[in-house]
Design a binder for this molecule. Sequence first.
Ligand code: HEC
Ligand code: HEC
Ligand code: HEC
Ligand code: HEC
Ligand code: HEC
Length: 377
Amino acid sequence: MLPRHLLIWCLITAATACYKDKQAGALFTKGLFPVVFAEADFALHPKNGRRMQSSKDCAPCHETAYRNWNLSRHRVALTNELYRESHEREPSPWCINCHAPLRLTGAESKPFHEEEGVSCLVCHVRSGKILAKNLPKKATAHEYTIDHRLGDERFCEGCHEFNFPTAATAMREGHALHYTDQPMQNTVSEYRSSAFYGNVSCGGCHLFAYTEASHRFPGGHAIERLRQDLRVEVSRTSPGSITLRIFALGIGHSFPTGDLFRTLRVRVIDPGGKIAEELELRHYFEPIAGAARSSTLPLKRRVREETLPPPQLDYVSMREYALAWPAASREVITELYIDYLNQMNTMTTRLSPRITRPLIKRETHRLPQVSGADAKG
Ligand code: HEC
Ligand code: HEC
Ligand code: HEC
Ligand code: HEC
Ligand code: HEC
């Protein structure tokens, strides 16, 4: 018989080995498993030799990265109100493995420093060493593990590309959760089918390494940037119709991408203030009948793509809509919004529309006067 404390120690070691095994090679398991640290997995502070357990420990020496990460969505991945509300509706342990992956051995069900979401440690620390893309020229501060995947989309893929689990296993994690072949988020495949693939990396547009903006990760919540990167044009195509064009400038994948509820909402308003048309650019899903208890089917499947597609050679992508418009009208007002929740949840949520559906921009487009002859024909 083993003494009790030894037995416990063995069990813990075996459990850690087991998690490590499952993670072998992959930095992130698309939410199947959390990232589990034993005491020795925390990296040592270069000056005082203590184990660094929080992103705050990195802050004094990596001030820029820390300041920007602190403003990023990665930082609030588990604590932001949109996530919290949606997790209340679907309280699966699976979600937390991406939104706050770090755990301690022996406490695998409880996130460690959950208020840090996707933290410095989640992305940069494994087995007591610092993960970096290349060995720094003067590598004196840390012990490093060099992983070139940090320089491209393979690093983001473990969290930003995954399928629907089967309906029957969606509330589980680890080997008890089974993925179907239906994409839930496929930002990485979208990127790989764009002209940016091989030219500009995900980090090139989101991470801005070695600059003042390093680690800011702007995306669907960066309203100021969206205002510049999305454009609406309106032109008169015939006396009774207009053409509306919506452009994404330099977005390296579809837009919206990522979370399945993201919608680019376009309101077309007439000079009298009436909403003449409301377009919803997004991935369209449909529930699958009888899926709820199925061990093979997802709850929903994608039936239609109406996003701004991954850009090709000119790095611009566009969608065009023909709308009926009175010949006498000289003005079109457009409003662009981004929705973070689906329509049902938008109606029942306690969050204000400023949070669930902020306005990106409102513009007035002038139309040329239609000549008398044209107006008649
Ligand atoms: C006492 C200061 C100090 C602390 C604390 C510190 N670092 Fe560093 N770090 C450095 C220095 C200095 C370098 C430059 C390279 C070298 O000297 O090894 C560096 C390099 C790095 C690099 C590689 C940079 C590159 O050019 O690719 C990464 C990544 C990194 N640190 C992450 C972290 C993380 C994550 C933490 C917290 C868990 C942390 N560091 C804590 C001082 C520190
Ligand atoms: C450990 C998992 C994980 C990794 C690795 C990861 N992300 Fe994220 N990322 C997330 C989660 C979760 C969110 C959503 C946070 C939230 O709730 O708003 C997110 C949000 C973002 C956002 C903001 C999206 C928005 O709508 O505002 C961007 C941009 C982003 N990630 C880019 C990247 C890039 C680029 C990489 C690779 C260099 C990467 N991420 C690696 C998990 C991860
Ligand atoms: C979502 C994952 C992710 C998170 C979170 C993250 N990093 Fe990074 N970091 C990266 C990647 C990927 C690179 C490599 C970029 C490259 O060289 O192309 C990088 C590069 C770096 C570098 C070298 C480049 C630079 O701009 O200084 C440092 C230093 C660094 N990280 C420190 C940190 C610190 C400190 C934190 C927490 C405040 C942190 N990182 C959080 C993914 C992350
Ligand atoms: C050529 C630049 C570029 C590349 C490459 C790129 N992105 Fe983006 N991404 C953007 C822009 C631009 C936005 C919209 C925010 C903005 O205007 O800054 C965005 C938005 C996002 C969002 C929020 C999407 C939404 O629908 O709200 C996520 C998540 C994201 N990117 C992740 C990634 C990941 C992961 C990769 C690599 C697989 C990647 N991006 C590659 C430019 C890029
Ligand atoms: C495989 C990793 C992964 C899993 C598992 C996962 N997410 Fe996410 N989630 C992400 C990433 C990456 C993003 C960022 C994409 C974007 O912003 O468009 C995100 C974004 C979100 C957002 C949008 C947050 C915002 O700031 O607008 C919500 C809400 C969300 N997830 C809820 C959940 C819930 C609830 C679950 C479990 C039922 C879950 N997620 C499971 C990776 C994951």
